[in-house]
Design a protein around this ligand. Structure first.
Ligand code: ZN
Length: 459
């Protein structure tokens, strides 16, 4: 693909025709989405895995019906669907990603309609997976159908079956089937838009590491009356150590970590308070814009502590105590560099000479898109065609392991992280839902994007 920055390579008539075509397709897209969302394809071990097989097969059948060559692959994990159809000679190849597994529904009592019976209320379709990410699968199918018989690009579709449990076999799938997935542009439809009527491209994700820190002060527990005073206990030492990870303002105090700059979007304290449920009178912590604190600066949270429970505790100086720490990293920080920085901090700040051990429990790199160039130009133009407004660049504070995996495997490909969600979608929660009006725009944008990428000058 050339570097031509032009976005007027597709006529307004061509865009209008695609918009009308997608509009006509939406009733059947809706029927197929509901059928997928009725399959309780929860990938977590404790759930019936024949349902994950069933959703892989249903996805494969939908793609086969559009004329794609389809296979279901398993590399020690859940079934993934890989499908392909050639484009015109010399046209670029676009890989479209989604996942067909879902989160557990949680307690049915928290749902206003059954989680696996898709139900429309007030323009939204409620159900587990109705948004995350079965709507991603159907957005890809809508784009394929809009171009049925005359695809402007080659298309490979990859629908994973274990995204919700961490994509553990994805590296093996990429190793063994990576050539089938190679593409000039990759569309990962598993994120969110900024607001109703405001499309977004997700251009940064934070990385993460998780560690367990263990503090030991004694070789056995001893009477807190006989020895308390001069002899330090491990819980107090651990708490002092954990407290060193932030300064008084609440900024991360670990030296040597990167910080990124977040996009300049409106997100005020009132909205954060409402969305997070922060109690009145409790301060926000840290400094810098709120979005930089969520998207591009590191954060540290203690997520668990091993120590005697309140109910079972006795008057003892506890000899050893552990905490699990979750740290989020700037999008371009290498995860193991973040680990080394935190480990050094914890060892250097051992209170009272206590023994401190640090173990790495989990890790994952973030993602910082090179969000420029012809593919991004055409993606932004396609979003503008569909919504009538320019998309914004957003970050996501969490980590999506597969994005980093694709970025590492295909460094030459332009990676677009798009999505069907909006801030009310409640993916992973009770009453997950899809905004149907926005969903049609998502489908239009993807159909237009394929046309635009097919119209790029070849070179
Ligand atoms: Zn998802």
């Amino acid at each position: 693909m050339s570097d031509t920055p032009t976005t007027d390579i597709l006529s307004a008539d061509a865009v209008d025709a695609l918009r009308a075509r997608v509009h006509d397709l939406m009733p059947q897209v809706r029927v197929d989405l509901e059928a997928l969302a009725r399959i309780p394809s929860v990938s977590l071990d404790a759930f019936d895995q024949t349902q994950v097989e069933a959703s892989a097969e249903a996805t494969a059948a939908l793609l086969e019906a559009e004329g794609l060559t389809v296979e279901i692959v398993r590399e020690g994990g859940r079934p993934a669907v890989i499908a392909h159809i050639d484009g015109p000679e010399g046209a670029p190849t676009v890989m479209l990603y989604a996942h067909h597994d879902v989160q557990p529904p949680g307690d049915d009592a928290h749902w206003d309609s059954p989680p696996f019976e898709p139900t429309e209320r007030d323009g939204r379709l409620y159900g587990r997976g109705a948004a995350d990410d079965k709507a991603g699968i159907m957005a890809h199918l809508a784009a394929l159908r809009a171009h049925s018989g005359k695809l402007p690009v080659g298309v490979t579709v990859f629908v994973e079956g274990e995204e919700e449990i961490g994509s553990d076999s994805l590296p093996t799938i990429l190793e063994r089937h990576g050539e089938k997935l190679r593409a000039d542009a990759i569309v990962l439809a598993d994120s969110t838009n900024w607001a109703i009527g405001e499309p977004a491209l997700t251009t940064t994700l934070r990385g993460m590491i998780r560690v367990v820190v263990t503090v030991t002060t004694l070789d056995h527990g001893i009477h807190s009356g006989m020895f308390g005073g001069p002899v330090p206990d491990a819980i107090t030492a651990l708490v002092r150590l954990l407290a060193t990870m932030h300064d008084d303002t609440g900024n991360v105090a670990v030296a040597g970590l990167k910080e990124g700059v977040a996009a300049d979007l409106d997100y005020d304290e009132a909205r954060l308070r409402a969305e997070s449920g922060l109690l009145d009178g409790v301060d926000l912590i840290g400094s810098g814009s709120i979005l930089s604190r969520i998207w591009t600066k590191p954060s540290i949270t203690t997520i668990g502590i091993d120590a005697p429970t309140v109910a079972t505790s006795s008057n003892t100086l506890v000899p050893t105590a552990s905490a699990k720490i979750s740290m989020r990293l700037a999008p371009d920080e290498f995860d193991l560099d973040g680990f080394e920085a935190l480990k050094k901090h914890l060892l250097d700040h051992a209170p009272w000479g206590a023994r401190v051990e640090v173990h790495l429990d989990d890790r994952g790199n973030g993602f910082a898109a090179h969000a420029q160039g012809p593919v991004y130009d055409q993606a932004r133009a396609a979003f503008a065609d569909a919504w009538g407004v320019q998309p914004v660049d957003i970050g996501v504070g969490g980590s999506i392991p597969f994005v980093a995996a694709f970025a590492e495997k295909f460094p030459q490909a332009a990676i677009l992280v798009t999505g069907v969600e909006d801030p009310d979608a409640r993916a992973h929660g009770a009453n997950e839902s899809l905004h149907l009006g926005e969903f049609e725009k998502v489908c239009v944008a993807e159909a237009v994007l394929l046309a635009r990428l097919g119209a790029l000058p070849r070179g």
